[in-house]
Ligand binder design. Structure first.
Ligand SMILES: *Cc1c(COP(=O)(O)O)cnc(C)c1O
Length: 386
């Protein structure tokens, strides 16, 4: 059996290891200086005012919804072609969730479909979204300027799920700059662009949201007199002013993340080089290659192809797995998950997302993937398709 090739994996070098070891030998292994260093590095990279590190991106999405006061009477809309966390965050707050179909060319939320759905909901007097979560799927950016215009007209807040997106750009500006959103969420799970093992970050330009996120991350507690209800009773005094959580990142994780930030541009450049190579090697095969919107410079978290004949997806997928190639499918539309079916969602809600899902296979793509491994993927794929 040939060695296993996963669809994605971390790249850890000696500097990364040393950064973590240094923290272990220091005074603080959580809530220490590494957290602030990592947050500042991400904020600076993204050109955004504030960054809040958290235990993972699911926690980040939950906190973003809480910070926007999403509650049981509210509605959140997202795209179905995503990991379940993009929708679950609304459910954690007791809100209703609904889905907007994707653009069949870019696989991200179709802003025209969003506008049509908003108009239809308004005309019928149905619930309008309080929060919309565009998902920067595979690193590709939704048409954020048009989305932001709709946000103004219809009065919803925008939280970007950029779990796949750090290191990418939209119209030359880094993803995470929040030019067209209230907040952006990143994930640092090992398969994503940079890693802290588990970890996430929220960026924002709004000071009010930043302060709320800091409190929510740590039990709803504040030590800042500006946010207390009562006069401080002394240097020991803190107040819990709302119901928060413990969603903190450790300093070991932050040190790893800070070290990985140094390599972020190299990570993304390598992904582009490998994707370009895939593009060339796949040119004559009966598959659809992922396209890039000209406004979007993707971090290329994923390289999702579609086999042209849907009935071949399963045998091709099985042949790749049988050859020890860890392909995956991103994603079954979220509303087809049994939990969401139980809430009343039916098939055919988002035909583009369903058609894409029927044919999708994500090929391996990560920083340390070699050209020889890539050739093995292509040879196996070729054989399976013929
Ligand atoms: C990975 C992922 C998340 C969740 O990230 P965690 O850090 O694992 O919680 C959320 N949204 C999308 C699109 C993801 O791919």
């Amino acid at each position: 059996m040939q060695p296993f090739i996963p669809y994605g994996r971390q790249s850890i070098n000696e500097a990364d290891i040393q950064a973590v070891v240094d923290v272990l030998k220091s005074d603080f292994i959580t809530q220490g200086p590494a957290i602030e260093r990592f947050e500042q590095a991400v904020a600076q990279y993204c050109g955004v005012k504030f960054a809040v590190s958290v235990s993972n991106a699911t926690a980040a999405l939950h906190m973003a919804c809480l910070a926007l006061d999403l509650g049981p009477d509210d509605t959140l809309w997202t795209a179905p072609n995503t990991f379940v966390a993009s929708a679950n965050c609304g459910r954690y707050c007791g809100a209703s969730v609904d889905f907007v179909d994707i653009d069949p060319a870019t696989y991200v939320m179709d802003v025209a479909a969003l506008e049509a759905k908003l108009k239809a909901a308004q005309a019928k007097g149905q619930a309008m979204p309080k929060v919309v979560i565009p998902v920067q799927f595979a690193g590709q950016c939704v048409e954020m300027d048009r989305l932001a215009q709709l946000a103004k007209v219809y009065g919803f807040a925008v939280v970007e799920d950029a779990a796949h997106g750090i290191g990418g750009k939209y119209r030359q500006k880094p993803i995470g700059s929040c030019q067209f959103s209230e907040m952006t969420v990143f994930s640092f799970h090992p398969v994503k662009i940079i890693t802290t093992a588990e970890g996430g970050m929220i960026t924002t330009n709004r000071e009010d949201l930043y302060q709320t996120l800091l409190r929510l991350r740590s039990h709803g507690i504040t030590r800042d007199e500006r946010f207390m209800r009562n006069p401080s009773e002394g240097p020991w005094y803190y107040e819990q002013t709302e119901l928060g959580l413990n969603y903190r990142m450790t300093d070991m994780q932050a040190a790893l993340g800070h070290s990985q930030m140094e390599r972020l541009d190299a990570f993304v450049a390598k992904r582009h080089a490998l994707a370009k190579r895939y593009d060339a090697l796949l040119a004559d095969l009966p598959v659809t290659r992922p396209q890039q919107h000209p406004d979007s410079y993707s971090a290329l978290h994923l390289y999702p192809i579609q086999v042209n004949r849907p009935e071949l997806r399963r045998p091709v997928f099985e042949a790749l797995r049988a050859a020890n190639i860890g392909v995956n499918v991103h994603y079954m539309p979220v509303y087809l998950q049994p939990y969401y079916r139980d809430l009343g969602f039916e098939p055919d809600l988002c035909p583009n997302a369903e058609a894409y899902y029927q044919r999708a296979i994500s090929l391996p793509l990560y920083y340390d993937l070699t050209e020889a491994e890539q050739d093995r993927v292509i040879e196996t794929l070729k054989a399976a398709l013929s």
